[in-house]
Design a protein around this ligand. Structure first.
Ligand code: HEC
Length: 247
């Protein structure tokens, strides 16, 4: 006769007797059990520039993600207020257990995360079923975002922040828009730096997306400056939709 020994049962009996423990050493004191309807996040903010995103190619949402994917598991678009900068309240309900962070962010039409403005992290999220945050005033304008995340972060060191600007091009906040939109390129004859409505005819987009070894037009290879395809596509969308300065 074969006797099957159920080790799980033995382990659990020992546990009941207080002789063993299945504890893995991690404590989740902060975690609030999720309610059957899921968690709810209520976010209040004074957002400026919301209307500048070319919805639905790219739009601002309150969305839930987990670490395994760049795609929103749940999202709610942020309504454009009548007056720019007016306080808006966005409520995202039914947030399930698989969501580990909620972000005020930009997603594309496939609900893929492009960039974030504000993050409610796992600790805050798991601590309650009813999370309320006030993020205050935030400029989420599309051009402001390009200036902040691209030009300030990757370009101004060579283009205008110091005493000189490479190729005479100033990409600093006060000067960038006037310096690029409808302005002729010095590098590529007959092309504007930014041609509203046409990224393929914009020297700035060409610089960022084309390897110098292909065209030979450039001495300095710019393709290493913006390596994130989503950020590059944000610049393309901005040009395609008129290259406007935020109102
Ligand atoms: C390390 C320095 C450096 C950085 C960083 C840099 N550039 Fe440049 N950029 C140059 C140089 C040098 C030239 C002249 C290019 C040449 O001669 O091939 C240039 C030229 C350009 C031109 C062509 C101007 C014209 O009139 O045709 C554009 C557009 C441009 N850069 C955009 C950018 C943008 C956008 C960024 C940031 C994402 C950036 N650059 C970051 C050095 C830099």
């Amino acid at each position: 006769m074969i006797m099957k020994i159920d080790f799980t049962k033995i382990a659990c009996s020992l546990m009941l007797l207080g002789l063993a423990s299945c504890d893995d050493g991690r404590l989740y004191e902060e975690e609030t059990p999720i309610s059957p309807e899921g968690r709810m996040v209520t976010l209040t903010a004074k957002l400026t520039g919301l209307a500048s995103w070319p919805d639905p190619s790219m739009y601002v949402v309150l969305a839930g993600f987990n670490d395994d994917s760049d795609y929103a598991l749940i999202n709610k678009s942020v309504p454009v207020p009548e007056t720019d900068g007016e306080e808006v309240t966005i409520q995202l309900s039914g947030i399930k257990e698989n969501v580990t962070r909620v972000e005020l962010c930009v997603i594309n039409r496939l609900r893929r995360h492009i960039l974030g403005f504000y993050t409610i992290d796992e600790n805050t999220l798991l601590g309650s079923n009813d999370i309320k945050v006030d993020v205050g005033a935030l400029n989420v304008g599309m051009y402001h975002t390009i200036q902040d995340r691209v030009f300030n972060a990757s370009c101004v060191n060579c283009h205008g922040a110091a005493s000189s600007a490479a190729a005479g091009l100033y990409l600093t906040a006060e000067k960038s828009h006037a310096a690029i939109v409808g302005m002729p390129s010095k590098k590529i004859q007959g092309m504007n730096l930014v041609e509203p409505g046409n990224a393929a005819k914009s020297a700035l987009y060409e610089a960022l997306s084309t390897d110098v070894s292909i065209t030979g037009a450039w001495h300095y290879n710019h393709t290493g400056e913006v390596v994130d395809d989503d950020i590059l596509s944000m610049i393309r969308q901005w040009i395609t939709h008129g290259a406007k300065k935020d109102e």
